[in-house]
Design a protein. Structure first.
Length: 292
């Protein structure tokens, strides 16, 4: 285990991450190094749509070179593609032709793509979100609507915000959104493609249920990091009213916006959706949030 970073503002803070161990590993490691006590509370899970015919057709079109770009907005999207390619008997490295460019929203998604042998051509440098990707997206250089030059494949969640597709369409691109996976309450009961949860990993963070979260009030301050609008909705549905003094941190503006809509504004919003960005936002919440 890495040494604890000196002078951290997170020492003694209990941080609850509403993710499964496989998705929370990097964030949990960073927060642990900062002195926080980390617990996990999975709230959402992912599964394939009941009918994958549209997704399968999109992947076939991708392999045949019909798209100039394919966009991956999350690690979950990458995992869905890997599993679906395996089901179709397609090597994942040949799923994206060499002439098709790949875009990733953030560093985690980029790493997931590189891990399976796919290089990323575009990732926003500043705002690593769908909005940041739209702002950094190039204007179309070709005008051939019958060819592949203007086509973008956008595999995404069933609950995906349509803003990215709308922004790229506004630039003149032809965007084809397709549902790659569905977001459901944890645990998924359909055809899942995420690792099964088998209790707390040895030496890893404790795994809580929402009931345990509400009943187990730790000594000292506690914070919850909400990592997507759908997680924010489920957390506030299952864990309200919040224990007094609970700090809430949003991973980005879209999550913060959803929290505000639900009547529970974030105490801090991460400038970057990275482990270091989350740690910084938690430090801000601790210094400015409620003390009781």
């Amino acid at each position: 285990m890495a040494a604890r970073k000196p002078g951290s503002g997170l020492a003694g803070l209990t941080v609850v991450l509403p993710r499964t161990p496989d998705r929370a590993a990097a964030m949990a490691a960073e927060l642990g190094q900062q002195g926080a006590n980390v617990a996990l509370m999975p709230l959402i899970d992912f599964q394939f749509p009941a009918d994958t015919a549209e997704l399968d057709r999109a992947l076939k079109a991708l392999r045949s070179g019909r798209f100039a770009w394919v966009i991956f907005t999350s690690v979950t999207t990458v995992r869905a593609m890997v599993r679906r390619c395996a089901a179709l008997g397609v090597p994942v490295t040949s799923a994206v032709p060499s002439a098709t460019c790949i875009a990733a929203v953030g560093a985690g998604t980029r790493q997931a793509l590189e891990d399976i042998g796919l290089d990323v051509d575009l990732m926003p440098e500043g705002d690593q979100s769908a909005r940041g990707l739209a702002e950094s997206w190039p204007h179309p250089s070709g005008t051939d609507p019958e060819g592949r030059g203007l086509r973008i494949l956008l595999p995404q969640a069933d609950l995906a915000d349509p803003a990215l597709a709308a922004a790229l369409t506004g630039l003149g691109w032809e965007v084809r959104p397709v549902t790659a996976y569905c977001t459901v309450d944890f645990p998924a009961t359909g055809v899942r493609f995420t690792p099964a949860l088998e209790g707390s990993p040895a030496g890893g963070p404790r795994i809580l249920t929402p009931q345990e979260f509400l009943a187990d009030i730790p000594k000292g301050p506690r914070a919850v990091v909400l990592t997507s609008p759908s997680i924010a909705k489920r957390f506030l549905q299952q864990c309200s009213p919040l224990p007094q003094g609970t700090l809430l941190v949003a991973i980005g503006d879209s999550t913060a916006g959803r929290m505000a809509e639900l009547g529970q504004p974030a105490h801090a919003v991460a400038e970057h959706p990275t482990p270091a960005g989350i740690a910084q936002a938690l430090a801000v919440a601790v210094s400015t949030g409620p003390s009781t």
